[in-house]
Design a protein around this ligand. Structure first.
Ligand code: GDP
Length: 459
């Protein structure tokens, strides 16, 4: 158990709200809050049992600053495993700021972003993958994303990694045997077992790895761009799709205010729309942005939804856009099928032979189900289903697992080419360490700082 100074922060979201919460964690949490809080009953908060809401007032000298409900959680039975106090006051800017100032004057220091969760990790309440899941739960945009984050928070990924590491340690035990008794007859058998077990381990790690594409999309969104020349029905289509799913607009805190992210939820899959502004003003995307930038956007996108107006013949622009979408993940929508057709599916297929083509009418909301089916199939491809037990969602975890797999493969090569056992042992220890990076057993102080700095203040 680490001992730290006492930290405090406003833990509720900025802005006005019915309630605002100030969180204090550390050895002095209770005494500091006692110094500024008087309960109606006249009793000190620690005369109540932990996790009891105590009603009273926050004072600055003899002035009442606000009414408050104060609750304390005695370490180690708290979020950080330290003594934690939460002051629930009115959720206005001035109340929260004044109370926080009083807490700081009382001896606490303002917390860094993510510091409460960092302490929870350092004090062993959560492992690193669970700590990261805390932010994913907060930031989830769809129910499916939320479900994955929640599972990770509960420790589903931690369990898988623990199992994998257990297997690594079993293999290491075999290696140690052959290192300790090199001249024994058991070596032949050991090598066979060693090989088999390493192969099994690689198989297990690859199985987890197969969930990463879907997992990453659920966490970060499927970057999607809707393209087509003016008046093909892009914004109508977006609106038709939005009928079932409201757009979720977020401006990213901590970066320039004009970066707006817009998400729509398609059956729980967050579609992160790129350049929605370009869809809404009906100028031609290629003309307005130039070919290079359009290509750039196409390259960024995980999915291109290309819209064609079936009521007018194909134009040079349609063909230009179709050419740019070649080789990319693209769904072609033939829109306005409620009108007399001027272009056939065959014609479009000549340009986009390998793409899924869906006939729709944005005006009549026809075909939107098919679009959703297609997106769902695409995201939950292969073995990954909505009910997969564990999913790898975080790029950091995906990278670490890849390194673990690479090391395990090197270990296997070593076994096959009969390198000295010491080398095999080194590769195995690398597998062990890379897996440990995911749960934070083997992770550098610098990396921890980077991870927790991405958290919000007060979490
Ligand atoms: P954008 O410039 O690509 O965003 O196109 P809009 O969504 O603004 O649509 C251009 C025009 O086509 C509007 O008048 C829409 O009402 C009309 N439109 C869009 N989709 C359909 C459709 O499926 N059927 C018909 N008949 N008209 C449509």
């Amino acid at each position: 158990m680490y001992m730290y100074d006492t930290i405090a922060a406003i833990s509720s979201a900025p802005g006005e709200g019915g309630i605002g919460i100030i969180r204090i964690s550390g050895e002095e949490a209770i005494s500091i809050s006692q110094g500024i809080f008087r309960s109606k009953s006249g009793k000190n908060i620690d005369q109540y049992s932990p996790r009891t809401m105590v009603y009273g007032n926050i004072f600055s000298g003899d002035d009442v600053v606000d009414e408050a409900l104060v609750v304390y959680m005695k370490g180690p039975n708290s979020y950080t495993k330290e003594d934690v106090v939460e002051i629930n006051c009115h959720g206005g800017y001035v109340s929260l700021k004044r109370i926080l100032q009083l807490v700081l004057k009382g001896g606490a220091r303002i917390s860094e972003p993510g510091e409460f969760t960092k302490r929870a990790f350092l004090n062993g309440r959560l492992d690193l993958s669970q700590a990261e899941a805390v932010m994913d739960v907060i930031r989830a945009r769809t129910e499916s994303s939320h479900k994955e984050a929640q599972k990770q928070l509960e420790g589903s990924l931690s369990e898988s990694i623990k199992d994998l590491r257990m297997k690594v340690s079993e293999i290491l035990a075999h290696v140690t045997v052959s290192l300790d008794f090199p001249e024994e007859d058991i070596e032949e058998i050991t090598m066979g077992v060693l090989r088999e077990k390493t192969q099994g381990l690689i198989g297990d790690m690859e199985e987890l790895q197969r969930t990463s594409q879907t997992g990453k999309i659920l966490r970060d969104g499927l970057k999607t761009v809707i393209v087509g020349k003016p008046n093909v029905g892009k914004s109508s289509l977006l609106n038709a799709m939005l009928k079932e799913a409201r757009a979720i607009v977020t401006d990213i805190a901590g970066t320039t205010r004009d970066i707006i992210e817009e998400f729509i939820s398609i059956r729980g899959i967050p579609l992160k729309l790129i350049d929605t502004a370009g869809i809404r003003d009906t100028q031609d995307i290629v003309e307005r942005m130039g070919v290079e930038r359009t290509k750039g956007i196409f390259e960024q996108a995980d999915l291109i939804i290309l819209v064609i107006d079936s009521s007018v013949p194909l134009s040079k622009e349609d063909i230009e856009i179709m050419d740019m979408a070649k080789g990319r993940n693209c769904i072609v929508l033939i829109n306005k099928i409620d009108l007399e057709p001027a272009v056939s599916e065959e014609e479009i297929r000549q340009h986009m032979s390998d793409k899924k083509i869906i006939r729709v009418s944005a005006l009549e909301s026809r075909g939107t189900e098919d679009i959703e089916d297609e997106i769902e199939n695409m995201v939950y491809s292969g073995e990954v289903t909505q009910n997969s037990n564990v999913m790898l969602t975080n790029v950091r975890h995906i990278d670490a697992l890849q390194k673990a797999i690479d090391s395990a493969k090197e270990c296997l090569n070593g076994i096959d080419s009969e390198v000295p056992m010491d080398f095999v042992e080194i590769d195995l220890k690398n597998v062990w360490d890379y897996l440990g990076e995911i749960t934070g057993e083997t992770v550098s102080e610098d990396l921890l700082d980077v991870i927790f700095s991405q958290f919000c203040i007060g979490k």
